[in-house]
Design a protein around this ligand. Structure first.
Ligand SMILES: Nc1ncnc2c1ncn2[C@@H]1O[C@H](COP(=O)(O)OP(=O)(O)OP(=O)(O)O)[C@@H](O)[C@H]1O
Ligand SMILES: [Mg+2]
Length: 394
């Protein structure tokens, strides 16, 4: 693939580790998080903070915390304050507190001997290092539920009550705990739970419209101009919304669709590229669902698949689909079914999640019904149906 034909201008902007400077629809939460830590830039020794960030998969918990961490580190550096933000994915350390703390200590002392210390010892060493360097840490414990699962109350207690054991000394270690849901908290004893739960930031699932804005931000950063149409973007936003408002799913689809566009050298990311991308991530349809369709449903669907194969819009009208169906009927030398019957087929195909239909405009007239093919590549669908039909007419 020649570089100049690529749809990407900077693929790294779609990487999971990339932290955008602007997080659309998380401005309020970012402000709140920053507000919780406002003391840290003024008089960090006087207090510590504990915040929980919670929300479903792909709602931006990790990226929110990382954006905050990068911002506050810049501010601290301006003030010549030794304040570090350390982000740890606890699951990577199998929820083991001593492994997590080893990692944190090594952020300050890269050559710190890795083995042989208990969590308690490491915590003491960490505080000692911080005292010596007059440094402060905001420790972000991502996927924190894995720590609770693994270590239970006691370890969490050690972490959260640390300051109380250091009476009279400067406060140094703040926590951001990130977890998808707060159920795991129920297993903690009441007092640990209450020290943790004081500040909870809950991230709601993104709506389709919000996803659209997040994704178009990424398109601008990662793709060459005019390579991703509004229809393509709308389809991706729709799919990500139907996956529970999962921004990660949307960004991954965008990247994969770009890969398909490059592989086929089409020069832009079409809805068909998106369908290929989505079917490569989640199994798009069960072949038995197609085999079970009645003969005319299959013919109708062949017509739809053919339209999508050549159409770069995200949807087609029912009227167009009827015309395409009539052409297929002619090929098979059968009389087309009525409009009412096709309407029923459409409902059935929607129920099976093969297509999606939407009535736009006034009334439920056929004219204003739009058909979407969100998940199955049109080419694949046509091939599969043709094979089935061939068997049936033999
Ligand atoms: N508001 C936003 N603006 C820009 N990008 C976002 C936004 N929210 C999420 N993202 C991006 O979506 C992807 C998923 O976000 P993130 O990893 O933060 O989700 P998460 O809530 O931590 O999910 P999980 O529970 O699976 O860990 C990342 O690539 C992130 O950069
Ligand atoms: Mg995360």
């Amino acid at each position: 693939m020649q570089a100049h034909l690529s749809v990407f201008k900077d693929e790294a902007k779609l990487d999971i580790s990339y932290v955008p400077h602007i997080l659309p629809h998380r401005e309020r939460e970012l402000k709140l998080l920053t507000e919780f830590f406002s003391f840290a830039l003024q008089s960090p020794e006087k207090m510590t903070q504990r915040v929980i960030i919670t929300g479903d998969v792909g709602t931006g918990k990790t990226v929110l915390s990382q954006r905050f961490g990068a911002n506050i580190a810049v501010e601290a550096a301006k003030r010549r304050l030794s304040l570090r933000y350390v982000h740890v994915n606890c699951r990577e350390y199998r929820g083991r507190l001593f492994l997590i703390l080893q990692h944190v200590v090594s952020a300050f002392h890269p050559n710190f001997p890795a083995r042989g210390y208990s969590a308690e010892e490491l915590l003491r060493i960490l505080m000692q290092v911080l005292d010596e360097e007059n440094a402060y840490v905001i420790l972000s414990l991502d996927e924190f539920d894995s720590v609770i699962d693994r270590e239970g109350s006691e370890a969490v207690y050690k972490l959260t009550r640390l300051q109380e054991m250091r009476q009279g000394k400067a406060q140094r270690l703040s926590l951001v705990c990130i977890m998808r849901n707060l159920d795991a908290m129920q297993s903690l004893d009441a007092s640990t739970r209450s020290t943790l739960q004081s500040n909870v930031i809950r991230l709601d699932n993104y709506t389709r419209q919000q996803l659209l804005e997040i994704l178009s931000g990424r398109v601008e950063l990662a793709f060459k101009p005019s390579t991703v149409s509004e229809d393509t973007l709308g389809l991706i936003a729709e799919l990500a919304a139907s996956e529970g408002g999962n921004a990660r799913f949307g960004i991954e689809l965008l990247w994969r669709a770009g890969k398909y566009a490059n592989a086929e050298a089409v020069g832009c990311v079409t809805p068909e590229c998106v369908r290929k991308a989505v079917s490569s991530i989640v199994p798009s349809f069960r072949k038995s669902d197609l085999a079970d369709l009645v003969f005319h449903e299959k013919l109708f669907l062949v017509g739809i698949a053919r339209l999508f194969k050549t159409n770069e819009e995200a949807s087609i009208s029912l009227a167009k689909a009827e015309q395409a169906y009539a052409v297929v009927c002619e090929e098979f030398d059968v009389k087309p079914n009525s409009h009412t019957q096709l309407w029923k087929y459409l409902q059935g195909l929607s129920a099976l999640d093969i297509v999606k239909s939407e009535v736009s405009g006034k009334g439920a007239r056929g004219r204003s019904t739009r058909i979407f093919l969100p998940r199955i590549p049109a080419l694949e669908l046509e091939k599969e149906l043709s094979a089935l039909l061939e068997k049936e007419v033999k």
